[in-house]
Design a protein around this ligand. Sequence first.
Ligand code: ZN
Length: 294
Amino acid sequence: MTEKTPPVCSYEGSDYQTSFWDEGGRAYEDTAEVHALKKLLPAGGKKMLELGAGAGRNTPRYTGFQQVTLVDFSLTQLQQARERLGDSPEYRYVAADIYHLPFGESQFDAATMIRTLHHMKDAPLALKKIHASLKPGAVFILEYANKLNLKAILRYLLKKQTWSPFTLEPVEFVELNFDFHPQAIRNWLAETGFKLERQVTVSHFRIGFLKKIFPARFLAALDSAASHTGEWWQLTPSVFTRSTVTEKVTTPGISFFCCPACGADLPDTPPELVCPKCGKRYPVTGGIYDFRSF
Ligand SMILES: [Zn+2]
């Protein structure tokens, strides 16, 4: 019954949060994301789903939501998130693969997926799974890595790069790292049942010497001003989109969790969840639900 899905990129055991964000000179990119989220996040709601949450860098920014469910494939990333955010009913930590999300139909009022789609070999399938977890009218904020960025265009025109930034197919520049064409993203969102409302371009100034000369806050403020042009053209390496879920024909699931193996409703019974239909068992260890083996 298990579908054949692509390999998953895992950050298990990675010090990504420290090496890339905290000490990697990424203050500009991080602040630019704060501005983008401020423009796009809904005022609030009950349940927020954060896909590819990592160590919870963005999680405290989802103010106004009663509960945030952090999903990541890496248990160690979620452990770092839990150390950072604490163990309160406000947060739920779920280790799962986006192709096999363990949630009932239409459980969430909103979702975000930031710096995560670029690890998806089958992006349309991931979008389909996310769509199923969201309620009708829910807001979905998706960030993607844009292959049609100025640097890639210049390199292609100067013949320093073989792949074309102008074609719709994704480019896999490193194994399980993909850049997408904005039009391909718009097509997939529409085909999945999302209505695109806004596009915000981010990281206009992801250039080493600018980051050395100017303070991160100054560049991020300039970036925020420029991001409004994202409605008309998208030439930055990172693009944020806000879409809403259009009408759905499916009925909402009875329970919050469902079995990723067989799809049955799954009672929330820590320290172990047992599927009443197929008998699969899912442990809850150190406050983290683990749905990765099925
Ligand atoms: Zn099952």
